[in-house]
Design a protein around this ligand. Structure first.
Ligand code: NAD
Ligand code: DAU
Length: 332
């Protein structure tokens, strides 16, 4: 198998590359990545150079993506602009990469008749009330809230249309909030860990009662591999590990695990349009493809993640200053 992984130098993509190279000894991976602010070659350090190649290019570049797709067996498409807060300041890169870029990937797999797995998010479904007994399922109507989530929703619609109209062999997965090593410090969990390491207080948006459904990134990887190998063409699978927690609970736990007073955080301005709650029903993936998450203890996964940030200061320090400057400019 020669796999093309777009966005493979980002957080989830690089964890997926590491996972697949470990789990499938005879596979080769070509990482295709534009190295935006979120892409980092250091995320791929230490991997066997005989088993992966790197193409530095943009998925919106028709010739580059066609070349890469033509010489692979299958594509897993992670490349995206991924951060909601950025999409509220500057939506265009989200429209360009997530919609135009996905269109280019689809045209390339159509031209060369290659298998595609498209990575998406639970945010396409909008949000739930805190006491809503229902969770997101593949049948939940799309109702995205932000420029980021609406661009991902649009990319899912493009994939479905290319399957139906052109017979493209694609599957889609919509996953909940990932945590783990190599996540950019703009995101919630790494931001709070690194704020504490640098001697500042963690920052909760609004009242902190918004709920996210946390999954370790390695469990996301195992779900994607299961779908790539066993998923039914044209189907959508939701990936989640029953990890619902309020942001306040997560911040208090991080403080506790780092030996600090759990009430030593501050409230900052809320995110405009802030989704209240996400929750995934992953039973289709469990029942039909036999997938199970491995990291079912959030506390222990979080503890390992804190350790990773403590031990890899040189990885995150270059991102930290400009990220906090960006947040300061919007009062968050
Ligand atoms: P990330 O921002 O850490 O990484 C994105 C990667 O894509 C980077 O390496 C970047 O350089 C690359 N990239 C961006 N624009 C590109 C372009 N035009 N051409 C080629 N490469 C480009 O993102 P992430 O958190 O790892 O998310 C990866 C995927 O998973 C995204 O599609 C995202 O929507 C989805 N997702 C993320 C989460 C989460 O919790 N982070 C949850 C569910 C789904
Ligand atoms: O649900 C999947 C999505 O999860 C992915 O599609 C996105 O790519 C990924 O970024 C993530 O989106 P969120 O907006 O949920 O993640 P973020 O880490 O930005 O924020 C998580 C929650 O924490 C959210 O309710 C906002 C809040 N927050 C965030 C930051 C950065 C804070 O309270 N304080 C903060 O400093």
């Amino acid at each position: 198998m020669k796999l093309l992984v777009t966005g493979g130098a980002g957080f989830i993509g690089s964890n997926f590359v590491r996972y697949v190279l470990r789990e499938r000894a005879d596979w080769h991976i070509d990482v295709f990545d534009a190295l935006s602010y979120a892409g980092n070659m250091a995320n791929l350090e230490g991997l066997d150079k005989n088993r992966f190649t790197f193409t530095h290019a943009d998925i919106c570049d028709e010739n580059a993506i066609n070349d890469a797709v033509s010489s692979c067996d299958a594509v897993v498409h992670f490349a995206a602009e991924s951060h909601n807060d950025n999409s509220l300041v500057s939506p265009w890169p989200f429209i360009n990469t997530n919609l135009v870029g996905t269109f280019r990937v689809l045209e390339a797999v159509r031209k060369y008749d290659k298998r595609l797995h498209h990575i998406s998010t639970d945010e396409v479904y909008g949000d739930l009330e805190l006491d809503d007994p229902a969770k997101f399922t593949p049948e939940t109507p799309y109702n995205p809230s932000s420029p980021y989530s609406s661009s991902k929703a649009g990319s899912d619609h493009l994939v479905r249309a290319w399957v139906r109209s052109f017979g493209v062999k694609a599957t889609i997965s919509n996953c909940s909030n990932n945590y783990g090593p190599f996540q950019h410090v703009e995101k919630f969990i790494p931001r709070q860990i690194t704020e504490i390491i640098e001697g500042r207080k963690p920052k909760l948006y609004g009242n902190g009662l918004n709920v996210r459904d946390w999954i370790h990134t390695e469990d996301h990887s195992s779900g994607v591999l299961a779908i790539l190998e066993k998923g039914v063409i044209g189907e959508t699978y939701l990936i989640g590990a029953s990890g619902e927690r309020s942001n306040k609970q997560v911040v208090e736990l991080i403080l506790e695990l780092m030996g600090k007073d759990p009430s030593n955080y501050e409230h900052v301005n809320d995110r405009p349009g802030h989704d209240l709650r996400y929750a995934i029903d992953a039973s289709k993936l469990v029942k039909e493809l036999g997938w199970h998450p491995k990291y079912t203890e959030f506390n222990s996964g979080l503890k390992d993640t804190i350790e990773w940030y403590r031990n890899n200061k040189s990885w995150w320090e270059p991102q930290k200053k400009y990220t906090e400057e960006k947040y300061r400019s919007v009062g968050r």
